[in-house]
Design a protein around this ligand. Sequence first.
Ligand SMILES: *Cc1c(COP(=O)(O)O)cnc(C)c1O
Length: 377
Amino acid sequence: MTDAQSSNARADRLAALPIREELKGQQPYGAPQLTVRAMLNVNETTHEVPADVVDAITKEVRVAAAQMNRYPDREFTVLREKLADFLSRDLPQAHFTAEHIWAANGSNEIMQHLLQAFAGPGRSVMAFPPTYSMYPLYARGTYSDYIPGTRNEDYTQSAEDVAAQIREHRPNVVILTSPNNPTGTALDLDVVRAAYEAAAESATIVIVDEAYGEFRQPGVASALELLEGRPRLVVTRTMSKAFAMAGGRLGYLAAAPEITDALRLVRLPYHLSIYTQAAACAALDHAESLMANVEKIKVQRDRIVEELTAMGLAPSPSDANFVFFGGLEDEKAVWRHLLDDGVLVRDVGIAGHLRVTAGTEEETTLFLDSLRRSLGR
Ligand SMILES: *Cc1c(COP(=O)(O)O)cnc(C)c1O
């Protein structure tokens, strides 16, 4: 049997199973995981993990291993305290405490908890494509309806338009993404305020996904500032991007304490392993060395925007650790050319556009040189 035949036979056997109707014929999430010189397609931190962080995690995981006969702290209290302290560094006036924090295995699981508690059968989730491709999958996985909203032609969103769409559709949950993935631009807080007000009539939960929040341009505010007095607002963050912990799987949120009480009703007990808690706590204890890499990544991000503009391409302004750019005649051919040079970027399925992660200076140079050759500029 050829590979194609055996994979068809396997698909036939899957189709013969009594699988849920809406899962039939679907493909699992899957950005390519290729090992090449510059892997710039899933917005990981590509810098080496700092040695002090590796040492601290190793030490804490060793302590954890000796305690693994017991269930981990179901309330992950120490971790929640450290996350609250981390958020409070930029926003001391917000008085974040462990009560405001929830964490899970990646912000993917955070979203799943939120939708399990606030969406579900007969309820709906609204997001604004082009945006993070996982949102419709979280909706499907929690048996919720997915409502794709719309954006301006340049992918921006205005306060009036977002509010009008929320009033029209009255979703149970609305997800705003700031900075947005794949476009990279952050939202003005006016948009979040207007969304929250429009959502009042339908008692909609408003989630602001700030997975890339630490990479914001100077002067761009975080929706964390708006939490006070807004009990239906949730701001999600992750350690996958700025904390270089994509492999460690730790996402979190800040919200009113009663939101976290709702999530306790749907989480599986002990969902954060003793190792996850140990590694995340150790990384937070060394936030300084990790945040030093964030500053270096921002420099490369701004360099990419500048050089792509000089090449006559059209990058979107970026508050993230990646750049979305248009102006390509044949993005598939460019993607292939880059890969042949050992540079893996993301084809996000938008004609004429690609997305590239800001990596090290060396990786950025590889990417820019290869792109210039590909375009003959
Ligand atoms: C990368 C990313 C996440 C992070 O997911 P994790 O499960 O925390 O790794 C969340 N939201 C968006 C928009 C992202 O791009």
